[in-house]
Ligand binder design. Structure first.
Ligand code: NDP
Length: 484
């Protein structure tokens, strides 16, 4: 193969790529050595801000195939017929660790999918758990602060985590999942994904349904205990990248079944739990899983930075037939994910190869840094809207049916009588004895060094979910029950 010739970024040929330009054999270096300056300057700019959360990630490209007709619930074209395929890109991540963190740490995993549909990109930006620690996005910055480093010690702080959790009882459901066997998946291929939030579907008759998305691993669940994970980290910090990249390189393509739970719009007024509460699931017995399709990851991106680091997932990316819900955390994320990408990648991040939709993009946003693509749709006179110059116009046929949700405006405290303890208790009672013992041990381990007062407060939450839950943790901690 004939080598290509090196050029500067401006395309000029480079005659010598080994030595800087100096006055005499021993230097000094001349300021006119533009090749050297360009090389050093580029290196200085090779990093972009890492994500504030979900910094460490792994991903691949793939395909979504419809296996069951759900068009009676949604008009979204990607679901329009059995057998239909839509390309996608995925990114999995840990929440708290920085971009160089070890892969097999106990943490919630991000599970993000970007579907390149014919009507624009649909992003399902979920986790490997069906619930989250909080039900109001207002609490998110404080919660994440407790997962990150202490301002003085620059260490992660168990005290801060349990201090926050013990005063946030709605976190108990997610804590129970995090501290259970599922808290350390062996690879991203061996875990489920969940859209977690409640979203909405609407069909061609303008009927709305509330919907929850589930991606069930077809590789089976596999998890590490704390001890196994520590051993893995001792051998490699990059286990997930090795396993995911390796499986796809060997054509062992991982797959997930996409399922949905569907709730007719009016039901939301009568469920005993708030169906828009991110700390709660919809019991399967009430809303059974309906099969939708299959996700297969079958291509390692040619360039990790270009396709995985630059991939910008946002719950704001929905397509006609898929909509939002009143879920307060979802509402906060609709703003904050797109905003994070504008900061991290720049104003025109949606035009980067990982994010650019496959269909034609027509908008009136104009210039700004890195506007590297055509901005007038070959029609320079139509640079404002409305215009009589033949520019792109709105399409009223994709209007979402109105959402009839009203109320008094105020900063509501939780008013759901269903409570914070029932579902964590249900989950706890589902575990067998060995799983329970591992849960107690994991929690006791995570509480090492935490103040007694905070531990006591948290133990009362475990008691309320199930007295055996509190007692088990006490036993693992080696402390007696407080007599009140
Ligand atoms: P079901 O018996 O119908 O469902 C139990 C669910 O629990 C299954 O989806 C199973 O996932 C999942 N599960 C099993 N082990 C764990 C674990 N260690 N961590 C998290 N999930 C686990 O019961 P219900 O629908 O009535 O729910 C009972 C409890 O199950 C809930 O309170 C919730 O904590 C948990 N759960 C419920 C989900 C839901 O959407 N209803 C989803 C996930 C968990 P799998 O099928 O993949 O094995």
């Amino acid at each position: 193969m004939k080598n290509k010739k090196i050029t500067t970024t401006a395309g000029a040929p480079v005659s010598n790529n080994q030595h800087s330009l100096t006055s005499g054999k021993r230097g000094p270096v001349l300021l006119q050595d533009y090749q050297l300056i360009e090389k050093l300057a580029h290196q200085n700019r090779e990093r972009i801000p890492e994500r504030v959360v979900h910094a460490k990630g792994w991903g691949a490209q793939g395909t979504f195939t419809v296996t069951n007709d759900i068009s009676k619930y949604t008009r979204a074209k990607l679901f329009s017929e059995v057998g239909k395929k839509t390309p996608l890109i995925s990114r999995f991540s840990t929440v708290a660790g920085e971009s160089g963190a070890a892969d097999t740490e106990r943490d919630v995993r991000g599970f993000s999918l970007k579907f390149y549909t014919e009507e624009g990109n649909w992003d399902l930006v979920g986790n490997n758990t069906p619930v989250f620690f909080i039900r109001d996005g207002y609490k998110f910055p404080d919660f994440i602060r407790t997962q990150k480093r202490h301002p003085k010690t620059n260490l992660r702080s168990a005290e801060a985590m349990w201090d926050f959790w013990s005063q946030t009882p709605e976190s108990l459901h997610q804590i129970t999942i995090l501290m259970s066997d599922r808290g350390i998946p062996q690879t991203p291929m061996h875990m489920n994904g969940y859209g977690s939030h409640t979203f909405s579907f609407w069909n061609t008759d303008n009927e709305r349904f509330w919907v929850k998305f589930h991606m069930k691993t077809m590789q089976g669940h596999k998890h590490y205990t704390n001890e196994e994970a520590a051993e893995v980290i001792g051998e490699t910090r990059e286990k997930y990248q090795e396993e995911l990249f390796g499986a796809i390189a060997q054509k062992n393509y991982p797959k997930w079944k996409m399922m949905v739970q569907i709730m007719p719009e009016k039901d939301a007024e009568n469920t005993p739990y708030n169906p828009f509460d991110l700390t709660k699931v919809w019991p399967h017995a009430d809303y059974p899983l309906v099969e939708v399709g299959e996700i297969e990851l079958n291509k390692n991106p040619d360039n990790y930075f270009q396709y995985i680091e630059n991939a910008a997932y946002s719950p704001s990316n929905v397509v006609p037939g898929i909509g939002f819900s009143p879920d307060k955390v979802l509402q906060a994320r609709i703003f904050s994910y797109a905003d994070a990408h504008r900061y991290r990648l720049g104003t025109h991040y949606e035009a980067l190869p990982a994010n650019a939709p496959l269909n034609e993009v027509n908008h009136y946003h104009k210039d700004g840094a890195m506007r590297f693509f055509d901005n007038n749709n070959k029609n320079p006179d139509a640079y404002y809207e409305p215009n009589t110059k033949g520019g792109p116009i709105e399409d009223t046929s994709v209007a979402e049916p109105p959402m009839a949700i009203n109320g008094d405006i105020r900063r509501y405290e939780e008013n759901d009588t269903y409570g914070d303890y029932k579902q964590p208790g249900n989950l706890f009672r589902m575990f067998n004895e060995k799983q329970k013992q591992r849960l107690f041990k994991n929690i006791a381990g995570a509480m090492q060094g935490v103040s007694t007062e905070i531990i006591e407060k948290q133990l009362h939450h475990f008691d309320k979910a199930d007295p055996a839950y509190g007692d088990g943790v006490r036993n693992a901690l080696g402390i007696a029950k407080e007599v009140v």
